[in-house]
Design a protein around this ligand. Structure first.
Ligand SMILES: [Zn+2]
Length: 182
């Protein structure tokens, strides 16, 4: 009797619940999709709030990150593991970074949950990479190089716009000799 009931319940479940972990919802029309962008509206989709872990940060919070450099000299932004666990969520594999007024999408990927946690790319709606451009434009160097050449540690400021999802990033203007990590 109990088995029959369970079967009936399973049969009546909508497709969303059968494959819940992959489903996203359009931020505009609320249509369900597995795509990063809504097939109808072309706006960003997100994981429904009820399925996410509660965020541990609030809008307006700020944290500073340093520049990371790969052996092949390509650069990204390194987030400390403490910052990562506080400001990012495993439920949100793609975050929006506002880079100088441009919305970009950064795919975090499984490596982000190892050490070092690095954001390597952020792609604008025009399909172009913006993060490396931003690092290049501001001549941002990894800590050891920037200390040697400038006497300071270059930092990128992250401001939480939507917890775990959207961040505004910028470069702090500061006087020479002023330590950014005080
Ligand atoms: Zn839509």
């Amino acid at each position: 009797m109990a088995d029959t009931k369970l079967e009936m319940v399973t049969d009546s479940l909508p497709p969303l619940l059968r494959n819940a972990s992959d489903m996203r919802v359009c931020n505009r029309c609320r249509q369900e999709t597995e795509e990063m962008f809504c097939p109808s509206c072309r706006v960003l989709t997100s994981i429904p709030r009820e399925r996410r872990e509660p965020a541990t940060s609030v809008a307006g919070e700020v944290f500073e990150c340093t520049v990371w450099q790969a052996p092949n000299r390509s650069r990204g932004i390194e987030v400390t593991t403490h910052q990562r666990d506080k400001f990012f969520s495993r439920d949100t594999d793609m975050v929006v970074l506002h880079i100088e007024g441009v919305r970009t999408i950064a795919k975090l990927g499984p490596a982000f949950w190892k050490k070092p946690a690095v954001i390597k790319k952020a792609v604008g709606e025009d399909g172009r990479e913006k993060l490396a451009k931003f690092i290049e434009k501001h001549h941002l160097l990894p800590p050891d190089q920037s200390l040697k050449e400038k006497g300071i540690v270059d930092t990128v400021v992250f401001e939480v716009a939507i917890p775990s999802e959207e961040f505004k990033i910028s470069v702090a203007e500061r006087a020479e000799g002023e330590s950014p990590l005080d």
